[in-house]
Design a protein around this ligand. Structure first.
Ligand code: NDP
Ligand code: ZN
Length: 371
């Protein structure tokens, strides 16, 4: 841990005095820029808020899409990061869920209205006022920009902070907050944990940060799991986890196996139709991978009609209650991501690796020792 007690004392004083809280992070100034240190302000600690010292922040491929404005024009300067593990260092006066010293996780959401149908069902990601962790406007704090986890602290409503079990491996918790919940949620939605009619056959397409979590959950749920990747680089890792078949996407047309469930985590252009054709009659395909909008991944009406009774759906992270369920399940079953720890000076290099096929699974920024 860095010797930054003076820095954190300043943050605690600001929190106590109801002021904006200073923060240090790493940001990009525009979609082609490199990451640089960036000082900014977070909103004051509200009565229901917790202040976290960030320990670790995972790098999700969504960070890359956002930082490079691949979905829409981003909000800059942008501090990405929605896979956050931190230590609670201050609590607002109404906070009941956390005490100082507790470990908390924050994922893709930092606020929502709390009253609409979506919020009442703990599907906060679909609240019309949802505030995403970064690249989002915080309507609950004067429309200020939200800044993410590549930074030394974060203030968040306790409702959006997930309790991290005491025995968790903290170096590996952060990616669960996005890669974990984004794969756990659709695998549950598709009943991959229901073995009452025998093992489900599940294929995971895209074997990166999300894909490896999907494989681990599907195996833990008792399914028979196959992987589709774009090359054989990580075949040994997949087989070691217990995957039955490892296909490359060039194989897809030759594959004879048929699946009950396919979950696509692919972040680039690909043929959805090729995968739909690999479903059993009545099978379903969940899509979580979000290629750049310019990549125009789609399916025609006739392709859909002629795949009769094969279902397709999209899935966006998961609600807060299910995120807590996922984290508890993961720690209890020792399910963690495969990580490589990096410093903030290596973020650009990590992005390049993840887009050029040289990435393995998840890069995690060691924030506590380096920001
Ligand atoms: P990673 O870069 O870690 O992994 C992507 C994997 O997909 C890599 O292993 C890559 O292969 C592989 N891949 C790329 N193109 C193909 C292809 N055509 N066929 C098969 N495999 C392919 O990304 P993440 O796992 O972090 O994220 C994946 C996607 O999910 C992103 O688009 C991200 O934005 C999205 N996402 C969506 C969320 C949601 O709520 N719906 C939440 C979080 C993320 P290689 O190893 O060769 O590079
Ligand atoms: Zn993510």
């Amino acid at each position: 841990m860095c010797d930054c007690s003076a820095k954190y004392q300043k943050y605690l004083d600001e929190a106590k005095n109801g002021k904006n809280i200073s923060a240090k992070g790493w940001a990009v100034e525009n979609k082609s820029a490199k990451f640089k240190p960036f000082d900014f302000q977070r909103h004051p600690l509200g009565d229901n808020d917790v202040l976290l010292q960030i320990l670790y922040a995972g790098i999700c491929h969504s960070d890359i899409h956002s930082a490079r404005s691949e979905w829409r024009d981003g909000i800059y300067p942008m501090v990405p990061g929605h896979e956050i593990c931190g230590k609670v260092i201050a609590v607002g006066k109404n906070v009941s869920k956390f005490q100082i010293g507790d470990i908390a996780g924050i994922g893709c959401l930092v606020n929502s209205c709390g009253e609409c149908d979506a919020c009442r069902q703990s599907l906060e990601q679909f609240c019309e006022k949802a505030v995403f962790t970064y690249d989002s406007v915080d309507v609950f704090h004067n429309n200020t920009p939200a800044y993410g986890g590549y930074s030394d602290n974060i203030v968040v409503s306790e409702r959006f902070a997930i309790k991290v079990p005491k025995n968790a491996d903290l170096t590996k918790v952060a990616p669960l907050l996005c890669a974990g919940i984004t794969t756990y949620s659709p695998l549950k939605f598709s009943h991959c944990d229901d073995n009452s009619n025998g093992k489900k056959s599940v294929a995971i397409a895209g074997f990166g940060g999300l894909g490896v979590m999907a494989v681990k959950y599907a195996l833990a749920f008792g399914a028979e799991v196959s992987v589709f990747a774009r090359n054989e680089n990580k075949k040994a890792e997949a087989l070691k986890l217990g995957v039955k078949n490892f296909y490359t996407t060039n194989d897809a047309k030759q594959v004879k196996e048929r699946f009950d469930v396919i979950l696509s985590t692919i972040p680039t252009k690909y043929s959805v139709k090729n995968y739909l054709e690999l479903l059993k009659f009545g099978g379903e395909m969940g899509i979580v991978g979000l290629p750049p909008t310019s990549d125009n991944v789609g399916i025609s009406v006739s392709e859909l009609v002629f795949t009769q009774h094969r279902k397709i759906y999209g899935s966006l992270i998961g609600g807060i209650a299910q995120t807590q369920e996922m984290l508890d399940f993961s720690v209890a079953n020792n399910i963690y991501p495969e990580i490589e720890m990096i410093k903030p000076t290596q973020i650009d290099e990590a992005y390049d690796k993840l887009t050029s096929g040289q990435g393995k699974f998840r890069f995690v920024i060691d924030v506590a020792n380096n920001i």
